[in-house]
Design a protein around this ligand. Structure first.
Ligand code: CIR
Length: 340
């Protein structure tokens, strides 16, 4: 008998793929940092409404527990034969999508990064979280020009001062119940913080779901400008930090949904006409491999006809490929909106 039991109603990918045979083969394995299968699937067991239900505790987890990670990755990201992730963080010069700002209200692109030599956030000890934060702050201090900014520690900054900052709504809170059950919220807010550039167009979240979430954003539709800023930041950080990377899976992240480019590039776009032609909008987004989320993120409602539209694919495509694809898709959406 297994010592794991997923609730009947659970439809998670981990439940689907974790056969007794795989469980038996993995139950006594652990990575060098001591991460186990039990820890990896804890969130999925606690939350029967998980869609995935598994997290990685370090970069080695993807190899040590590959019999369960591989089929989940294949099902989520698609059958990817002879997979070899190719990164292409090359600056682009695409035409501005909506120069008059009639439809697109803002653009936001993020990538996730984890350091190879530290446990991932669901499995990191507080002392290591602090050591990692210190290391990252030292590197963020090298950022210069338009990337220059300040680091705001959630642990040490004056709470009142933090709450007065205009950008506080973009910052991260304690993670949701899925992340909580995984252990990602441990010791919150200790060892966490946000780096913010002086022009407020670049943020780096430290010790959220991943060690770093690098986010470039602005209230325009200039996809290239937002992307190029992100590229500059990634290149600068790459010079000083050794990120967890796999030749098949690219960037290794806490949640297997984010591997590959680890990129989510999207816009908030107001579509007053297409709001009433949801099928047409869905057809275009599907054809262009884009996804729609609610105005305030995943599983939220559409308010005032504002849609959050972003890339669906993260693996088997490069970073520049995602941006070019998003650009083409958004042009098609704006064209459809105009024609109605
Ligand atoms: C689930 O399995 O539903 C949660 N662990 C969340 C999965 C999506 N991952 C993510 O947002 N990074």
């Amino acid at each position: 008998m297994n010592s794991f039991v997923f609730l009947e109603k659970s439809n998670s990918l981990v439940k689907k793929h974790l056969s007794s045979k795989i469980y038996k083969a993995l139950e006594h394995k652990q990575t060098d940092s001591g991460f186990t299968l039990e820890k990896a699937i804890h969130s999925g067991l606690e939350n029967p409404d998980s869609t995935i239900g598994i997290y990685a505790g370090d970069s080695q987890s993807y190899q040590t527990f590959s019999p369960i990670f591989d089929p989940i990755i294949q099902e989520y990201h698609g059958e990817l034969e002879n997979l070899k992730h190719k990164s292409d963080i090359r600056e682009l010069n695409l035409p501005v999508l909506d120069p008059e700002g009639k439809y697109i209200q803002s653009t936001r692109i993020r990538v996730a990064r984890n350091l190879k030599s530290f446990s991932f956030p669901c499995h990191i000890a507080l002392s290591q979280r602090h050591a990692l934060e210190k290391k990252i702050i030292a590197v963020l201090n090298y950022l210069s020009g338009n990337l220059e900014g300040n680091y705001y520690s959630f642990e040490h900054s004056d709470k009142k001062k933090l709450n007065q900052l205009e950008t506080k709504n973009f910052w991260f809170q304690k993670g949701d119940r899925f992340q909580d059950a995984a252990g990602i919220n441990s010791d919150f807010p200790k060892g966490r913080g946000v780096y913010l550039s002086f022009d407020q167009k670049l943020m780096v979240w430290v010790n959220e779901e991943d060690h770093l979430r690098i986010i470039s954003l602005e209230k325009t539709s200039d996809l290239s400008k937002v992307y190029n800023r992100l590229c500059q930041c990634i290149s600068a950080l790459n010079q000083h930090l050794d990120f967890a990377w796999d030749k098949r899976y690219g960037n290794l992240t806490s949640c297997p949904t984010n591997i590959g480019t680890s990129m989510r590039a999207g816009v908030h776009i107001q579509l007053k006409k297409l709001e009433h032609k949801k099928k047409l909008l869905l057809n275009i987004t599907q054809a262009c491999n884009l996804q729609i989320r609610g105005t305030s993120g995943e599983k939220t409602k559409i308010k005032n006809a504002v849609f959050d539209i972003s890339n669906r694919q993260r693996l088997g495509i490069s970073e520049s490929g995602i941006i070019q694809n998003l650009h083409a898709g958004l042009l098609a959406i704006i064209k459809a909106e105009k024609s109605l």
